[in-house]
Design a binder for this molecule. Sequence first.
Ligand SMILES: [Zn+2]
Length: 533
Amino acid sequence: MPVASTEHTGTNDNYFFHTLFLLAEFALKGSARHPLYRSYSAGVAVLRDSYPLGSFIVRSLREMGYWQICQSGDVSLTSSSTHAVKPLPQSSPSCDILPAMTRSLVRILFVALLAFCPIANAQNTTQYLRCGALFDSVSGTLRQHVVIEISGNKIINVHPEDQAPTGDRVTDLSSETCLPGLIDTHTHVLLQGDATASSYADQLLKQSLAYRAIVGAATAGKALGYGFTTIRDLETEGALYADVDIKHLIEQGVIPGPRMQVATRALDVTGAYPLLGYAYGVDVPHGVQLCDGPDECRKAVREQISYGADWIKVYVDRGYFLRPDGVLDDIPTFTLDELTAIVDEAHRQNHPVAAHAMGLHGVHNAITAGVDTLEHGDYIAPEDLKTMAAKDMWYVPTTYALEAVAEGRASDGNPVYQQMIKTHADTFRRAMAAHIKIAFGTDAGAFPWTTNPAKEFSTLVRDGMSPSVAIQSATMQAAKLMHMDDKLGIIEPGKLADIVAVPGNPLDQISVMEKVDFVMKDGMIYRNTQAKQ
Ligand SMILES: [Zn+2]
């Protein structure tokens, strides 16, 4: 499905600039990086020359619609930037010329960019956002008519509109509600939908790692366009350590995307995780790193941390079935000994653990072993909820994703995913009643990224969470889960300038969270498609 539809062209805003930057990056660095890095560092354009499979990959990406620069004329940087680039005409032949540019031309372009487009300059200037309303994520209420003062990548102050300093670098969001940049604590940028076993197998068996990494890099840009300025990406589903590279490329400014914490490969036991069902002797990849026994799993944790994992992700159950009494039963994967070793090794190295835990035994084992965050939690026994509260654990319910994949999985022979929807909603309400800490996480990637993951807001509210608490779960609370609440989650002096805006009042109509039309990260505007500018 094409990426550059009219619904979400925001990440294209500065694609022209970034693509030129990528070209220049490649031209200057040459072959200094390994092939994978070079592949997506170069984004799309230089693959033809730099990588033996590049030509094929570029062609495939173009067919899939990921060649964004060729699909939109809306490639100028926003009006508040000092480095505006003229939009390409819609019919510009540049789309086809770009991949064939010579390196010398690229160097010339890079010099021109350095002269006219210095990002560093934008980082040091003061600018203002005039907001019709501001979501205060501490109180969960709206403040009307404020001006946010920003210098570089920091918020300096929040002024009442009538007392605001004047300046010409003002972005008018007076018909918008401004909110802290959204945080999704459960994503998979390297997965493009896995409702059926065949869709998952196709990605692992038919797409090269370079291809998946490039799509993942483009997907990170889409996440930012949806308003998610920070994500916790919870495993690559067979794409090894590509999440670490995407994270670093975003940090270096090579590609646009959210700031990321990553989990790399995740862990599961032999025989529990796809790809499964192939003949003995046929060596197929798996979506996780397999480990058995406390020592082997401890070593796997060490290995993942050494290659850049921020979090350790562990799959603690499988084989779900709904009992007549409504309890979602399961087959636990790791023994408690193994799980305890994983958690101990990660914590010993100051890395937290996220557990995919859906059913009775897996959830119980994960909580007993002391993981930091419980993902999905479709059934949590009442006594386990008490332990979660006592241990101050996080619950990331991923409500929308379950419903998004249920039909596909039922048609694949797993009707339990439809049957557990009601169980999950009941668990979610019991968790709220038990005052469990809940953070916003969507499992985006389980459903395709062409769907806006912000649909999760509406499902949370439908299942009983108030709109203000739902938005808090994706801002202040999510920042706490990621141990970044000193920098993110609240619009106040000293915090990073990660700010989004939506048209209208999200406390009255939560679905406007799916209509983010202004995105600022670190003081840089990545999207501004609202009517008044
Ligand atoms: Zn997931």
